[in-house]
Design a protein around this ligand. Sequence first.
Ligand code: SF4
Length: 491
Amino acid sequence: MKILLVNPGLNPKRLGSYWRFTTAVPPTGLTYLGAVLLRDGFNVRIYDQHAVHEDNEALMAIIREYQPDVVGFSCLTFVMETVEEASRLIRSYDSKIKILAGNIHATYFPKEMIEQEIADYVIREEGEEAILAICRGLRDGKHPDEVPGTTTHSEGKVKHNSTPALIDLESLPYPAWNLLDGYAYDPDPLRIAPLRSKAQPLAIQGSRGCPFACTFCSQDTMYKRVRVRSPESVCNELEYVHHTYGTTVFGFIDAIFPLSPKQGHAFADEMIRRGLHKKVVWFTETRVDLVNYELLKHLKAAGLKFIQYGIESGDDMVLQRLMRKKTGVNQARLALKWTRDLDILSFGLFVVGMPGESREQILKTIQFAKELDPDIAKFNVAIPFPGSELWERFKHRVQGQPYWKYSGWYNANINDSDNILAGDALPTKELMYLQRRAMFEFYTQPHVMRRYFIEGMVPLDVLAEGFYVMISELARSVFPYARTQISRMAA
Ligand code: SF4
């Protein structure tokens, strides 16, 4: 039986000039699913539509050539336009092909996806065991309508099966990276010269889930409870992938790694004991309250090169009350100082535009980012993604509307009517301007320009493209914002 797993592409029209700056990284989730299916004897292919920037005509050409029995889509909210269209095309080509949908959007909207006939089976939460059970059932000629953790149709009704048991991470096979042979991924997904390598950087997963509950995050939609792999298990996989594919750069895809100093020290000990710290380097994301100087020093000795921190805001009230982040600005100051003192590259992630956040608080965040001085900074606009607490508060405003409205900020030409938070956060045009201004203010500081242009931290081609996007986006946002300010003054 043949199974085609699809990583759907974004709609370039909505992204404007940001489209040029999207990067494609190997879709780890699909390689886990592929590995589980291959182990059971299925014939599997992955089509990474996002990586090749192709449309659904190209997908249909692959389907006509491969003749799959099952097509499975990884469904995030902002690719749902692509998935809906692909599903219609597949059904009109061959109604016998079964369509599966998984990932966060499908987990959150299983009933709608079955009712609208976008999918025959929706896999909620983690997919490895459910996809295997569905495909085994189909291979046996049945309609597997009782698989835990799935939603399907039965006797003309939507059937919502029980919640799946949590997956034991150590029972999973390693991701089947060979299913991605032939794809030329970005060798530098983080755009940082020191992390460039000859072999493709690959992902590693040390845990699933996050014990925190920030209001803008939908992490717990997929992973209901935290599970952690042992350091031995993670290092076994690193060794295997290094020897098999020649990989020398790894990125942890955990929500947070390490989740505690204890886990971090144990992992670092194992890396050093095996000598892996001399063969590979790695990067990760964590929280500013989960590191200390000794831990960072140990992790650096074990190969840590680059660390991303979810700093989010420069205002404690925003952090505590609006985001429920449970970190403080002083913890961020310390974490960034230790990171810099140890010569580890840092990436500060910030969020602006929370409901209730003022202009002054956003300006404070911009100043704070400049004060902390991470090597790279990114300012995201708060989006109430399905599954997040923000979504629960505001979902009534967009339900029943086209999927892309759920994440209006992926539309580069967004205005108030497409912004689910309009009226509760700053006006859309002002927010758009402030986000662009944050990027501009941060990256045009003389010492940051020197770091990039003279010290060569980012390759020149990437730099040129980044500056082009930043300046054109700022210019594009200034005039609509100025117009709204003038009309406000005139009123
Ligand atoms: S933002 Fe980070 S710390 Fe907060 S819930 Fe999401 S993954 Fe966890």
